[in-house]
Write a protein that binds this ligand. Structure first.
Ligand SMILES: Nc1ncnc2c1ncn2[C@@H]1O[C@H](COP(=O)(O)OP(=O)(O)OP(=O)(O)O)[C@@H](O)[C@H]1O
Ligand SMILES: [Mg+2]
Length: 257
């Protein structure tokens, strides 16, 4: 794997150019931030990468694998995994079970082994539960493992949603507004958890968010969009000093949280 590269991706909704000739690169073992005012095209780009939106033009490569035009489940099997804006874990299911759901496709031994509870299956199930607990620990949710997900706070649900996505062992993880609605403490915890995905699991992560300190603090590189176009790409320091980025944000002056 040598990272994800989107080249010249365009998407129109009627008269709206949601994406115009967008280039985005997520290098291996990097955290990339994607910023821009409301309606800039961030979620449309993320959905295009994940296969939920079919771009009108452009190419999406994951290392040597061409993902362009593939359906979402095929893309997920290539280990590009996404959490969406406003997505929530499954209420009515335990916290630990939510993470296990994310792992189900990885179970070895197949359905018969599961039905008859063969020793190999039980050992692999134990290993899965251990791994799920480890994931919950890294997201600070271990104490809640036995609770129903419906009883969690908003911030805990956001963290659980990411733990569930990580359970599928992505190479590239796309997060749409993971910090939205979280308090500072929860954002710090999420920052640590996302860093450990890069540093300990070697993942590449794309973070879309409006929380400027969060995105600038966590990202190795940042791509900035406005009106469907990429207006700047660089290190957080370069983006902070960039005139086009400043005017895109300043022109909204407070409208954009
Ligand atoms: N399914 C759709 N049908 C029609 N227009 C759409 C659709 N999805 C997005 N758009 C339009 O495309 C543009 C980009 O929207 P998108 O949701 O990608 O922006 P965004 O950068 O994620 O914004 P936000 O920060 O508010 O989440 C907007 O003008 C939006 O209204
Ligand atoms: Mg969006």
């Amino acid at each position: 794997m040598t990272g994800l590269a989107a080249t010249a991706v365009s998407k129109r909704y009627g008269g709206v150019h949601a994406l115009r000739d967008v280039n985005l690169s997520i290098p291996e073992r990097a955290i990339v931030g994607l910023i821009g005012p409301n309606g800039a095209g961030k979620s449309t780009l993320l959905k295009s990468l994940a296969g939920f939106v079919l771009p009108d033009a452009g190419r999406i490569m994951l290392g040597e694998t061409d993902l362009t035009g593939l359906n979402p489940s095929r893309i997920a099997r290539s280990r590009l995994v996404t959490t969406f804006q406003h997505a929530t874990p499954i209420a009515g299911l335990g916290v630990l079970d939510n993470v296990l759901v994310g792992m189900t496709e990885k179970h070895t031994g197949g359905l018969l082994a599961a039905l008859f509870g063969t020793p190999g299956y039980r050992a692999s199930e134990r290993a899965q539960r251990e791994r799920a607990r480890g994931l919950l620990r890294s997201f600070g949710l271990e104490q809640l493992a036995g609770l129903d997900a419906g009883g969690l706070s908003f911030g805990q649900l956001r963290l659980l949603e990411i733990a569930r996505a990580v359970a599928a062992e992505p190479l590239v993880l796309l997060l749409d507004e993971p910090a939205a609605g979280l308090n500072r403490l929860e954002i710090d915890r999420m920052t640590e958890a996302i860093r450990s995905l890069r540093d300990e699991h070697g993942m590449s992560v794309l973070v879309v968010d409006h929380d400027v300190p969060f995105v600038f603090g966590i990202s190795d590189r940042i791509t900035a969009m406005n009106f469907g176009r990429v207006i700047a790409e660089g290190t957080p320091d370069e983006i902070e000093a960039n005139e086009a980025v400043r005017s895109a944000y300043l022109s909204l002056d407070g409208e954009n949280s």
